[in-house]
Design a protein around this ligand. Structure first.
Ligand SMILES: NC(=O)c1ccc[n+]([C@@H]2O[C@H](COP(=O)([O-])OP(=O)(O)OC[C@H]3O[C@@H](n4cnc5c(N)ncnc54)[C@H](O)[C@@H]3O)[C@@H](O)[C@H]2O)c1
Length: 323
């Protein structure tokens, strides 16, 4: 007897994705999304109208080489009307010597003032926060929009996870796509790896040999995590902003939404962390057309639980301080 086919999911295509903030990150997200054919219409909105219009022109001039899309933008938020997804990148960025948490006060205030108008223009939109500190900003956005659920979430540690996988792949001599390892918690200095569930081809990470035949020592794994935590500081010191990889990471999240993939990605959503309370942070979550469907209850060692607690307490205390 043959297995009956699984009926296809009713898909609602992503007609319109609006990127708010046409700075280095917003432009990179638009560029990556355009190449991957994420939406029929891509919109860039920035209070700096000239910047938004210039980025739109620059992107449009590449339309010959990508899947067809309409690309519009400007300095009037009305361009975001009816969007299926709003990607929020507006606000202050880190300068050399600043941590992401140093941006909390100003970016939380910006979020509080900008989001109600955007919600009125696009009442059904999924809101994907990228502005830093992304976990705090996601909490503020959920509070402002009265939506602590699935449709308002942050890019979280999707980028940090990619950074770790690239480093591990290089060190172990395997393809990045064959490395299964996640950075979770805060997108920031208290982020941490889930080594206890990390693997390559089903082999636990502590047992995977490099091409030279030796397994990675605890210290080497720790050094890779330090490199992930320092990556943004290093890039900002060299070029003023991190942009290209977050562009690709965000386009990947949008793709999971567009295709209703139910892809497991470490995006930032609200969790009730024991001893801390509700807080937005990243744990593996199922992402599809409705946003975040659910989070997976990952088994953790005592050390990983402590690290999660530390991340949660840090985010929650900064969130409390921004009111
Ligand atoms: N989540 C992540 O993984 C990640 C990675 C990199 C950067 N970021 C964050 O993304 C944010 C943007 O970084 P960037 O390098 O693009 O900064 P940027 O300074 O280049 O761009 C920010 C843009 O926001 C615009 N803006 C300000 N207020 C606005 C408003 N009310 N409405 C619309 N636009 C407004 C500014 O005019 C500016 O063009 C920062 O907070 C940065 O820390 C997050």
């Amino acid at each position: 007897m043959s297995t009956p086919p699984i009926p296809p999911e009713p898909l609602t295509p992503l007609h319109k994705v609006a990127v708010v903030g046409a700075g280095a990150v917003g432009a990179a997200i638009a560029y990556a999304s355009m190449i991957r054919g994420i939406a029929d219409e891509l919109v860039l909105f920035d209070v700096n109208e000239a910047k938004a219009e210039a980025e739109v022109l620059d992107l449009r001039h590449g339309l010959q080489f990508v899947p067809s899309a309409t690309i519009v933008g400007g300095g009037d938020p009305a361009v975001c009307a009816g969007a299926d997804v709003i990607v929020f990148t507006a606000g202050a960025k880190q300068h050399p010597g600043q941590s992401r948490l140093d941006l909390a006060q100003s970016n939380a205030a910006l979020c509080q003032s900008a989001l109600p108008q955007l919600r009125a223009l696009a009442p059904e939109a999924i809101v994907l926060l990228v502005t830093n500190p992304v976990d705090v900003v996601t909490m503020v956005a959920q509070d402002v929009l009265g939506d602590p659920g699935d449709r308002v979430f942050g890019s979280g540690t999707v980028l940090d996870t990619s950074r770790l996988r690239v480093l591990l792949a290089n060190r172990l001599g395997v393809a990045v796509s064959s490395v299964h390892a996640a950075i979770v918690g805060e997108h920031g200095d208290t982020s941490f790896p889930l080594w206890s569930s990390a693997s390559v081809g089903g082999v636990p990470i502590h047992q995977v040999p490099t091409a030279a035949g030796a397994v990675l020592a605890e210290g080497e794994l720790g050094a890779l995590v330090d490199e992930v935590r320092q990556a943004a500081y290093r890039i900002i010191a060299g070029k003023g902003a991190t942009s290209l990889a977050i562009g690709l990471a965000t386009a990947r999240i949008l793709e999971a939404v567009r295709n209703n993939e139910r892809a497991v990605l470490p995006v930032s959503t609200r969790h009730d962390v024991e001893g801390v309370g509700p807080v937005c942070l990243s744990l593996p979550a199922v992402v599809g057309r409705g946003g975040v469907e659910r989070s997976l209850d990952v088994p953790m060692t005592d050390g990983e639980r402590e690290a999660l607690h530390r991340s949660a307490a840090t985010i929650r205390s900064v969130w409390s301080s921004v009111g």
